[in-house]
Ligand binder design. Structure first.
Ligand SMILES: [Zn+2]
Length: 338
């Protein structure tokens, strides 16, 4: 069995062991910058559990099949059932601290309570996922290392599009929308996601009030609907996902290593690993590989289960694209019988 180790450095990866193969391209794996090789990531985040978020905004996002992140101050929630329903539908319920106090005015001991207790409270009420991210009240960060001991990332509000790998996961930039911001119209929203596309980056929107529900900086649902329709039309460009899922994807992608365990005439076996905590980092990464020349198509299995795969032709080569979870067992590509 020939063992080939392939180190994934960035997006395109080259072999480090020198094995002589006639098809150089068949040794090359690519991990997509964004899921499905889309060119931009977009996240919609809601703060403060404003009155129309659950009854108006969430059903709207459900219509388009998009999942959002709701950052809630845990002390403000008297009835968790609506948030539980949203979580069941795939939305992320995450921390906006316990009391919504300004972290910059709190001692480290007080901040610890805000970080820890809000997470515990969400985890006690929301059963489908763990609380792994936080957003800062008033856009004021606290003690980063303390915060990072509870959360994999935190949302800030600097107003720029994040690059494909943010410089600081404890200060992820977001763009405030609505009546007291520069993002109010459909064109305003669309231009921001277009910018993310041009930068190959990640656009995180920050929404509060919806349709004059009394919440801060209200955004009109009709505007949101038209914008989401625009994003949905370009499903090959925009990857819409929760804040936490995009963070997980980025960290996994940047830590990913592919080892080819064997490369036989009709089957290739490989492993995808990331050295991250598998309890949190279990989001599928999109991989692409050129098929050996004589393969017309292929199937993909991971850990004994069939994985959705797509074969596309580009020039003389056929490529297979598939989504697999790091550290989740061997991945086997098999040449499909004609
Ligand atoms: Zn807030």
């Amino acid at each position: 069995m020939k063992k080939i180790s392939i180190l994934l450095a960035a997006i395109v990866f080259t072999t480090i062991c020198s094995e002589s193969f006639s098809q150089t391209n068949s040794k090359t794996y690519e991990v997509a910058t964004w899921q499905g090789f889309r060119t931009a990531a977009v996240s919609y985040t809601f703060d403060d559990n404003c009155p129309n978020q659950l009854p108006v905004a969430i059903p709207l996002f459900n219509e388009f099949g998009f999942c959002t992140t709701m950052f809630v101050p845990s002390d403000w929630i008297k009835d968790w059932s609506g948030l539980q329903t949203a979580a069941d539908q795939g939305h992320e319920i995450a921390s906006h601290t316990v009391t919504h106090n300004n972290l910059g005015t709190l001692t480290a001991a007080q901040q610890l309570i805000e970080f820890k207790n809000s997470q515990e409270s969400i985890n006690a009420h929301i059963k489908v996922h763990s609380c792994i991210t936080i957003a800062y009240p008033y856009c004021v960060p606290g003690n980063d290392s303390l915060c990072a001991s509870f959360y994999i990332a935190a949302r800030h509000c600097q107003g720029y599009i994040e690059p494909k790998t943010p410089a600081d996961f404890m200060k992820i930039s977001s763009l405030t929308t609505g009546s007291v911001s520069s993002i109010q119209t459909v064109a305003d929203f669309n231009s921001r996601v277009q910018k993310a596309d041009s930068l190959n980056g990640w656009c995180v929107f920050l929404l509060h009030g919806i349709d004059n529900d009394g919440g801060y900086s209200t955004t009109q649902s009709a505007v949101l609907r038209a914008h989401l329709s625009y994003v949905k039309e370009q499903d090959n460009t925009y990857w819409v996902a929760t804040f936490g899922d995009v963070v997980r994807y980025i960290k996994e992608r940047d830590a990913a290593t592919i080892h080819e365990l064997s490369n036989k005439p009709g089957a290739i076996t490989l492993q995808l690993t990331d050295k991250l905590d598998n309890a949190v980092y279990n989001y599928p990464l999109t991989i692409r590989k050129a098929l050996p020349k004589h393969w017309t198509s292929a199937t993909v299995m991971q850990n004994g289960k069939k994985v959705e795969a797509k074969v596309t032709k580009r020039g003389a080569l056929r490529y297979i694209t598939f989504d697999v979870v790091p550290d989740n067992g061997n991945i086997i590509l098999k040449a499909a019988k004609r």
